[in-house]
Design a protein around this ligand. Structure first.
Ligand code: TPP
Ligand code: MG
Length: 267
């Protein structure tokens, strides 16, 4: 049965609210990325990924962009894999919900933080699944800033070489990185043409447009021997005009009134 867009949108709004609540505790965090990725997380976790139970998945999910873990913690808070109380301790001393995640936490297969490494691990998982005769698909989220790492392109080259049609690379192409606009620091464009040159089937999509995003994800289900790359345009802070005005801010520190206003803005 097809899940309606309205149901996925409801999940996305709930993920956004949770991201804001997570940052509100300490007054800071990667809220821009969390809100930007909420639609993608909702579409993946509540539709695209095949699962057997709430925390047993058929498909593999590799988060290379460690600091974007906020979006994933918040998505996993939906079925209660993380309680809201625990999420409220995001980034705090002694909390296991660190800003960049550790492998072994529910939903996290690799340790994040050192950028540029996850695609290599995803390629390894996809090759292992092929050897085992498994039909698992492997999804790997990377960021535009990570595209500046050479290791990404070694992994992309091997995915093309081995014809890993089960691999889906999701690029959070948000135009920003820690030091400013990606185009100013070191341009990564044209991202789609680069992945195509490495043997991928690549397309661009507005990942804050749910119907377009879900249609693009559905097109990655073909396994005809070409790995897939979805170049996802996302808007940092999406859904809260207050936080959208922080556009191109990699990390947000704000007073409680700002978090409160942002929370009230999420539809
Ligand atoms: C290997 C490595 N180099 C540098 C850093 C420092 N760093 C942390 S976040 C970041 C920005 C990366 O760009 P992107 O993921 O596109 O940032 P965002 O869009 O989330 O602002 C950098 C350089 C790191 N974590 N790992
Ligand atoms: Mg970025």
């Amino acid at each position: 049965m097809t899940i309606p867009d309205s149901e996925i949108a409801r999940r996305a709004a709930s993920i956004r609210r949770r991201c804001i609540m997570m940052c509100r505790g300490r007054g800071q965090g990667y809220v821009g990325q969390g809100l930007a990725l909420a639609d993608l997380m909702a579409a993946l976790y509540f539709d695209e990924f095949r699962r057997t139970t709430d925390d047993e998945f058929v498909d593999r999910r590799i988060l290379s962009t460690g600091h974007s873990a906020i979006a994933l913690y918040a998505a996993l808070g939906e079925p209660g894999l993380y309680a809201d109380k625990e999420l409220g301790a995001y980034g705090m001393d002694g909390s296991r919900i660190e800003e960049s995640p550790l492998a072994g936490l529910p939903g996290f297969h690799i340790t994040g933080g050192s950028l540029g490494q996850g695609l290599s691990q995803a390629v390894g998982f996809a090759l292992a699944d092929r050897l085992k005769g498994s039909d698992a698909r492997t999804f790997c989220l990377i960021s535009d800033g990570e595209l500046q790492e050479g290791q990404i392109w070694e992994a992309a080259m091997s995915a093309g070489h081995y014809g890993l049609g089960s691999l889906v690379v999701l690029v959070d192409n948000n135009g920003m990185q820690a030091d400013g606009d990606t185009s100013q620091v070191m341009t990564v464009e044209p991202v789609d043409d680069k992945f195509t040159a490495f043997g991928f089937r690549a397309e661009r999509v507005d990942a804050n447009d749910l119907p377009a995003l879900r249609a693009a994800l559905a097109r990655t289900r073909d396994n005809d021997g070409c790995p897939h790359a979805l170049i996802c345009t996302t808007l940092p802070g999406k859904g809260s005009p207050t936080l959208e005005a922080y556009e191109k801010v990699h990390y947000v520190r704000a007073t409680d009134d700002v978090w409160q206003r942002a929370l009230s803005e999420i539809q």
